[in-house]
Design a protein around this ligand. Structure first.
Ligand code: UDP
Length: 414
């Protein structure tokens, strides 16, 4: 295996994560492509050009080239509009690939269902294996939906995801929990699913001096800091973070909450208004600090500054924020869902909350913040757990999957 075509149609690995469509998938594509390139696998990442000022190609590092290809207007598009331009994008990827007949890919790696549609077509056009990482699946989200999704997601997305799954030579899952979910919901044989855990860049995300970190980001050095990081949208439960903080604010009077992230998806702006109204109603304006999305590397100072990180997501296929916090030695209080079940060891590196209510999150927040005998062991366990997650290991695992596939016949579309 020498060359991999990675499809990241709807969002570029170089955009700022933490707002809009930018999140864990962007970090994943960038870090995995870098780590694969360092193993000697050339990665061409194909993404949609969302601005007229973007160069056609960017060499991110040796062996990792990002291609911006037009599909529809050269501007940001919503998901329904993106769907309209998938075929145009597919044609443009094919044309770009065929411009260099000596550099045809040995496999396609599609990310998210929209790229899965592209990858599925490319598999048949180029007759190479298709590997898909879904990041989120509509059937998983639908299991526990408190708010309606848009129509596209509920109908077309579900159908497309099934089509892509049954034609993927391998589906990648980030952990056993996700693999089980995919296997059960799609009745897919486990041999068709490979676990490739995500990683964390320990060069940035590592324990450090809390006071210095707080000074660097302009937060008080005194007091207990509760942190929430992520795209603000109903799925992420930022409202639960604020409500649970409101419950402990008078009991732990020196505590404050830092919220890092920007609106995402069709309900993102409403979610921000909701959170700000809770803050105002609970009279917490002086105790809740809002920050715009931060460059990935700068975020490490936010983790180091914190006493605890809250991850109250409704669903989470992996949960990079929980892993990054742990790598900085910060205990995590997270929902007991998806990949978070793997990334938090209940009672050791943090706490998993099964009853996803502000009251339950507050109960564990108090435990972490008020019991001084717990703080150190939690920090040590969190940081130690994170050491088994490295992007190089993710790339090595994916390399094994790729080698296995080149030895097999292409899976028939089923
Ligand atoms: N992130 C960031 N800056 C921000 C907020 C988030 O770099 O201001 C990154 C964060 O470090 C993590 C990713 O965005 O790597 C979010 O991934 P996660 O798996 O937690 O959630 P997702 O966005 O995939 O739902």
């Amino acid at each position: 295996m020498q060359r991999l075509a990675i499809i990241s149609y709807h969002t570029s690995p170089l955009v700022q994560p933490g707002t809009g469509e930018g999140g864990g998938m962007n970090v994943y594509v960038k870090q995995l492509a870098s780590a694969l390139a360092r193993l000697g696998i050339s990665c061409d990442v194909y993404t949609r050009a969302y601005s007229p000022t973007l160069p056609a190609c960017v060499t991110v590092e040796p062996g990792f080239v990002l291609h911006h290809l037009p599909a529809g207007p050269l501007s940001e598009l919503t998901k329904p509009d993106l769907l309209e331009h998938v075929s145009e994008f597919t044609e443009n990827v094919l044309e770009r690939i065929r411009m260099n007949p000596g550099q045809l890919p040995d496999a396609i790696h599609a990310n998210y269902w929209l790229s899965g549609i592209v990858g599925h077509a490319l598999k048949h056009a180029l007759e190479v294996p298709l590997i898909t990482t879904f990041h989120t699946l509509e059937k998983v989200k639908a299991k526990d939906r408190a708010v309606p999704d848009d129509e596209i997601s509920e109908n077309l997305r579900m159908e497309e995801e099934s089509r892509i799954i049954y034609c993927s030579d391998q589906v990648l899952a980030s952990c056993e929990v996700e693999a089980d979910e995919i296997s059960t919901l799609y009745d897919l044989d486990r041999s068709r699913i490979s676990i490739v855990p995500l990683g964390v860049d320990h060069a940035f995300f590592s324990p450090g001096n809390r006071d210095m970190a707080r000074r660097a980001i302009g937060l008080p050095t005194r007091g207990k800091m509760v942190l929430f990081v992520g795209r603000i949208q109903p799925l992420k439960g930022a409202d639960i973070a604020v409500r649970s903080f409101a419950r402990i604010a008078s009991r732990v009077p020196d505590a404050f909450l830092a919220m890092v992230g920007g609106p995402s998806g069709p309900f993102g702006n409403d979610e921000i208004l909701k959170i700000k109204s809770i803050v105002a109603k609970e009279r917490l304006n002086k105790k809740v600090y809002f920050f715009d999305p931060q460059p990935h590397e700068v975020l490490s100072s936010f983790y180091r500054a914190a006493n605890v990180c809250l991850v109250p997501s409704r669903t989470e296929s992996f949960g990079l924020v929980a892993l990054e916090a742990a790598a900085c030695g910060v205990p995590v209080v997270a929902s007991n869902v998806g990949g978070l079940k793997t990334l938090v060891v209940h009672g050791s590196s943090g706490y998993l909350v099964t009853d996803r209510t502000a009251g339950e999150f507050a109960r564990y927040l108090v435990k972490v913040l008020e019991d001084p005998s717990l703080a150190r062991p939690l920090q040590v366990a969190a940081s130690s757990l994170s050491t088994s997650y490295r992007w190089r290991d993710s790339a090595l695992r994916l390399q094994q999957v790729l080698v296995g596939l080149t030895a097999k016949e292409l899976l028939e579309c089923g």
